[in-house]
Design a binder for this molecule. Structure first.
Ligand SMILES: [Zn+2]
Length: 293
């Protein structure tokens, strides 16, 4: 399942194809994604220019010249592919790759940039929705989300306040999208490892009684920001069906320090720990019991 760094990687891949470009044609092959696409979906996009392509948590937000915003979510298995029409060679490749993927290409954007952007999603948990820009604050998909972990306002004080009095584990707190937006199982495990904090520790122990942050909160915020920044730089992870949106499939791999490394040696030099897997709230947690306290 794509997490924030993968979505940011997709955004960066789509930006040159979509930003500043007009939708010349929108093909809907299958409108029943996680929710059905609205009847006027293609009509509200065609002829409109993408003025900017942003991201909020795991949503891509394309601002349109009409005052609408196109919200896109990759779900479990969604991916975008960008194909270039110009040049005979590229066109050939376009047909070749399309033939492999066409069955799950549900939405196809033809852009005035010459790019064809396809949304491919075998499991159809992905979604698209058009919302008026001035109604975005009230949008239920977005308005319960906590702070962006890479935003300037997300700091130890904010995280400590959000964890104050929480009776859950630190792992569960970080997965709560109201505490911090966009983190999933993989990067929560990796951030806790970098912060040297046990995933089993009570969330409230990163704050004092008044809610002020302690050193653990500082380390945790640093760990979250560092792991996300590194992953974005590495181009996101290639786990499962996720693909980078440049037509170059499965070209990147990201190495995790603890995630999915049960039984392997702890990667911190000079440490003798072994990565363990436990189950918390029905999901696997990977951590080093020697480093993480
Ligand atoms: Zn260790």
């Amino acid at each position: 399942m794509p997490e924030l760094p993968e979505v940011e990687t997709v955004r960066r891949g789509l930006e040159p194809a979509m930003e500043g470009a007009r939708f010349t044609k929108v093909d809907i092959r299958r409108g029943d994604l996680r929710w059905p696409l609205p009847k006027d979906f293609a009509q509200r996009l065609q002829g409109k220019t993408v003025t900017s392509l942003g991201r909020r948590a795991k949503y891509l937000l394309a601002d349109l010249s009409s005052g609408d915003v196109l919200l896109m979510h990759l779900g479990m298995s969604g991916s975008f592919h960008v194909f270039r029409q110009a040049g005979g060679k590229a066109l050939g490749r376009y047909h070749h790759e399309r033939a492999q993927h066409a069955a799950h290409d549900h939405v196809v954007f033809h852009m005035s940039s010459g790019a064809i952007v396809t949304f491919n999603d075998p499991r159809r948990f992905g979604s698209m929705k058009i919302v008026a820009r001035d109604k975005l604050e009230a949008e239920p998909l977005l308005n319960g989300l906590g702070p962006e972990p890479l935003g300037n306002s997300f700091d130890a004080a904010m995280l400590a306040r959000a964890c104050l009095g929480k009776k859950t584990s630190l792992k569960a707190a970080l997965l709560d999208q109201r505490v911090v937006a966009g983190l999933g199982n993989i990067y929560v495990c990796e951030a806790l490892y970098r912060a040297r904090l046990s995933p089993k520790r009570l969330a409230s122990t990163i704050a004092d009684r008044t809610g002020a942050p302690n050193a653990r909160a500082e380390h945790l915020v640093d760990g979250i920001k560092a792991v996300l920044t590194d992953a974005i730089e590495a181009g996101g992870s290639s786990l499962r069906d996720h693909k980078r949106p440049d037509g170059d499939l499965g070209a990147f791999q990201h190495h995790f320090r603890v995630y999915d490394r049960e039984g392997k040696k702890c990667p911190t030099p000079g440490r003798r720990g072994t990565i363990e897997r436990i189950v918390q709230n029905g999901r696997s947690t990977f951590y080093c019991p020697v480093c993480q306290k």
